[in-house]
Design a protein around this ligand. Structure first.
Ligand code: HAM
Length: 425
């Protein structure tokens, strides 16, 4: 027998019925983005390696340790995207979309990072991402955050919004120096891993999860005390807008995030229910210098990405997975040959009414059909037997309430809609 294969380590197959709720979470985020004026964009799954090296930052873990980089047959160095932002900015520069006005885009799909797989941390994972480029107005910061606020509200999942400002090239260098001096002052007390990080990017020492590092840096200087006038004014304006829109947040002066392009407004939504290392359901921030770093015109930008896999995990744990819209509303069962054609017609009418309806296509006993319908999560079973046909009716079984009613054939669609609670009116 030939060898059987498994999905590569750190990757997962998404199979029905669980895949239905997952697709629904993605749809909810895309819908909120659509309602807020973000338009769909698609960029390649792989890019020139330099797009990520320069965009995400040479010193980041993502670029140094986690990229899937390969040479193609033409000898080009390509990388499977570890995130969407750098590729989206590359595309907007390439197509001249950053010269005037504001561009709001939304995209989704798989990302690849060579990480140590664990619950909520995979090597292939999916994000839904929004980006707004061309404005540095605080109102657009509030706009991107509000999309997330609405997504989590709609998903009915309790999250905490962490918010901070990371300053900009005017004020961050002085802060970096002050932090480095503080960290150097700790000498050998600081674990080797933290000292190594301090050399690359001292800010990243602040978001290390090591309790000893947390304790040693409890009194470290914080960026918010070093913000220049312009960054401070921007930050205050964003907060005023968010508060006005009813958004609550927690000050997170030690939030750094793992990508180097962030300036000013930076944020993350965390779920209390997940393990601290994987509890960020989404995050993002401003990246005003990224366009220039990728050879484009000055074009301030801000955006964030929802981690689909982690969000589904958090929803599962909270027992709040959204109803699966792909689930069968009606399984229509013709029990005698004369019922086959009417059953087909009924399925067509149910589908036209926006209900998910299907026939069984396989021979089974009535009991076998019922079991299969229950397993598939069908909301109703519509039975067309000899007696029903003679009376111009169908027997509609409500699979949740476990009761069965005779319904005139021309009322089956309305009846199924009432029981299943869906479909177009
Ligand atoms: P990020 O924080 O690296 O940001 O990723 C966003 C979300 O993707 C995380 O909050 C998390 O839910 C999910 N995620 C990241 N890595 C993994 C993984 N290995 N397994 C499962 N889920 C993961 C970005 O990628 C930025 N591009 C967001 C952004 C958009 N900033 C500005 N615009």
């Amino acid at each position: 027998m030939s060898r059987r294969f498994e999905a590569p380590k750190g990757t997962f197959d998404q199979l029905p019925p669980a895949s239905g709720s997952r697709a629904e979470v993605e749809r909810i985020m895309l819908e909120q983005a659509r309602l807020a004026g973000y338009q769909p964009i698609e960029t390649p799954i792989f890019e020139d390696t330099a797009v990520f090296a320069r965009g995400v930052g040479e010193a980041t873990d993502v670029v140094q340790k986690e990229m899937y980089t390969f040479s193609d047959k033409g000898g080009r160095s390509l990388t499977l995207r570890p995130e969407l932002t750098a590729g989206v900015v590359r595309a907007l520069i390439e197509h001249g979309r950053l010269t005037t006005g504001l561009t709001k885009v939304v995209c989704s799909g798989p990302q690849f990072r060579y990480e140590r797989p664990q619950a909520g941390r995979q090597r292939q994972f999916s994000q839904v991402d929004i980006e707004a480029m061309g404005s540095d107005a605080p109102a657009i910061d509030a706009d991107v955050v509000l999309v997330g606020h609405e997504v989590f509200r709609r998903l009915e999942i309790p999250v905490t919004l962490l918010l901070t400002s990371l300053g900009d090239p005017v004020c961050r260098p002085a802060y970096r120096e002050a932090l480095l001096a503080f960290l150097n002052g700790l000498g050998d007390k600081l674990p080797a891993a933290a000292r190594a990080r301090a050399e690359q990017n001292p800010l990243r020492v602040l978001d290390m999860k090591d309790p000893l590092v947390e304790e040693l840096t409890a009194e470290a200087p914080l960026m918010r005390d070093f913000l220049c006038g312009a960054c401070k004014a921007h930050d205050e304006a964003v907060r005023e807008l968010l508060a006005g829109a009813g958004v609550e947040w927690v000050e997170a002066p030690r939030l750094v995030r793992g990508l180097d392009y962030y300036v000013r407004t930076t944020f993350e939504w965390q779920a209390g229910s997940l393990d601290a290392a994987q509890n960020a359901l989404g995050g993002g921030g401003r990246y005003d210098g990224l366009s220039e770093a990728l050879g484009g015109p000055p074009a301030p930008g801000i955006g964030w990405a929802l981690g689909l896999d982690r969000t589904v995990l958090a929803l599962e744990q909270a027992g709040r997975l959204p109803a699966d819209p792909w689930r069968l509303d009606a399984l229509v069962l013709p029990l005698v040959p004369a019922a086959v054609v009417p059953a087909q017609g009924l399925v067509r009418d149910l589908r036209r009414a926006g209900l998910v309806a299907d026939l069984p296509y396989v021979e089974r006993t009535l009991n076998g059909h019922m079991k299969a319908a229950a397993k598939a999560g069908a909301r109703t079973v519509v039975i067309l037997g000899e007696q029903e046909l003679a009376a111009g009716q169908a027997a509609v079984r409500d699979m949740t309430a476990r009761d069965q009613l005779p319904v005139p054939l021309d009322q089956v669609v309305d009846h199924v809609r009432r029981v299943a609670g869906g479909g177009a009116p």
